[in-house]
Design a protein around this ligand. Structure first.
Ligand SMILES: *Cc1c(COP(=O)(O)O)cnc(C)c1O
Length: 430
């Protein structure tokens, strides 16, 4: 495949945009080659400016559960655009989307919309601190909750790819309130509660971690978190910005019996437009401005064009709950194929699937936490990634990311991807 135009575009971008990209993981730092610059998408395919076509398993990092240019979503967006891009005043489409979301999750009475997952989580944390009157928060090593200051500690994918455990520019005075525990290790959480004398506002977790590769939490671990939070009066926050409407219609909550006190959403609820949301019981949400004293705001929050895209997408998902079974079967077929292709040349691989989310590690042992994930063979991954890209298969450019199946991913695309994996594995091992 030729990448000449993308290489030139990357050089141009580099001169005026740091690293040539507007979000670090796009830069291909952890893999070989330069990032293809995208011309357009079409269903399950991406096309770059050199005219190459790829089967897209990134899907804008999750949001595009119906693939590119879905006709219904496109139509609702165009209709909304014609009425105006933004009003900074209430619109009924916000209420409609809120009603859809609240009706799906037992854990929610009310939601507030924002413009990104980062904002959703940052605001949820502020609310949890405001409600409990406590400063400390507990997160898990390898979980990513957006790039706000207090959460940029041991935060998985982007940072793992770059080998930065934390970031300069984040005051230590701020992160001293961020306690770290080990994913799937309840004893490490108990220790934090003991050390902090129970003084913890909230425990935030990706109940299906997708930012250290795909690493789901064990049910017993989530039950343990629920019990510890109840015992100490801490709020349990599920960050389902990625897993919401991806792992199942209701994300992890469609799979686990454990219910959080607060929930953060993003990605799929915007269907490719910038949307995030956080929600909880009416009692907790009553602390939020203007009902209560905890301040939070946004000029473009609940943007009518973004709301229209999200509403159409969620209604389509809700009308077709069987989609998740099909997603799961396709995802499983894909990673089973990858695993067999690796096994054919005696390379160990472990895989996992949750609904439309899939993960694979070049590793010979199960991955339960970030330390396990870090033992994956990143060099092997980089070669695999390049080989697949050259054969028209667009995988996330880091071994710490999750892959996605969408409604436009066909069995034929999966079979083509598996065939490519056999060729690549044979080449890597030769
Ligand atoms: C993507 C993601 C975020 C951040 O969302 P942005 O829209 O990128 O700000 C937060 N939490 C999780 C679990 C995510 O996957």
């Amino acid at each position: 495949m030729a990448y000449d135009k993308s290489i030139a575009a990357f050089e141009e971008a580099y001169k005026v945009i740091p690293g040539g990209v507007d979000s670090p993981v796009r830069a291909f730092s952890g893999v070989e080659g330069t990032p293809p610059f995208i011309e357009k998408g079409e269903g399950g395919y991406l096309f770059d400016i050199d005219g190459n076509r790829y089967i897209d398993y990134v899907q804008s990092w999750g949001p595009l559960i119906f693939g590119h240019c879905d006709a219904d979503i496109e139509k609702s967006v165009i209709e909304a655009v014609k009425r105006g891009l933004s009003f900074g005043a209430p619109t009924t489409v916000e209420t409609e989307l809120a009603q859809e979301i609240v009706s799906m999750f037992d854990s929610l009475d009310k939601v507030r919309f924002v413009s990104s997952g980062t904002e959703a989580v940052m605001s949820a944390i502020r609310l949890a601190r405001g409600v409990t009157g406590r400063d400390n928060i507990l997160k898990f090593t390898g979980c990513y909750h957006g790039h706000s200051d207090s959460l940029l500690v041991q935060a998985g994918s982007g940072l793992a790819t770059f080998g930065t455990p934390s970031s300069p520019g984040v005051p230590a005075d701020l992160t001293k309130h961020t306690l770290l525990a080990t994913y799937n290790d309840i004893a490490s959480v108990e220790k934090c509660f003991t050390d902090a004398k129970g003084d913890i506002a909230c425990v935030i977790i990706e109940p299906i971690a997708g930012n250290m590769g795909l690493v789901p939490a064990d049910e017993a671990f989530l039950e343990g978190l629920r019990a510890l939070c109840d015992e100490h009066g801490a709020l349990l926050i599920f960050d389902e910005v990625m897993s919401g409407f991806r792992a199942s219609l209701t994300g992890a909550q469609g799979i686990s019996k454990v219910k959080p006190d607060m929930l953060t959403l993003g990605k799929v609820i915007g269907a490719g437009m910038p949307v995030g949301a956080f929600g909880a019981s009416a009692e907790i949400m009553a602390h939020l401005s203007p009902e209560g004293p905890v301040y939070q705001a946004g000029t473009l929050s609940g943007n009518p064009v973004a709301m229209a895209a999200g509403l159409t997408s969620l209604r389509k998902l809700k009308a077709n709950p069987g989609m998740y079974v099909a997603f799961g079967m396709k995802a499983k077929k894909l990673v089973d194929g990858f695993q067999k292709a690796a096994a054919a040349v005696s390379v160990p691989m472990v895989t996992d699937v949750r609904g439309s989310m899939f993960g694979f590690f070049f590793s010979d042992k199960p991955v339960k936490n970030f330390a396990d994930a870090c033992e994956n063979d990143t060099e092997m991954f980089a070669k695999f990634h390049k080989g697949m890209l050259d054969r028209g298969v667009y995988l996330a450019c880091s071994s710490y990311e999750t892959g996605f199946i969408c409604a436009a991913t066909t069995d034929e695309m999966i079979e083509q991807s598996i065939k490519a994996a056999y060729e690549v594995m044979a080449e890597i091992k030769a």
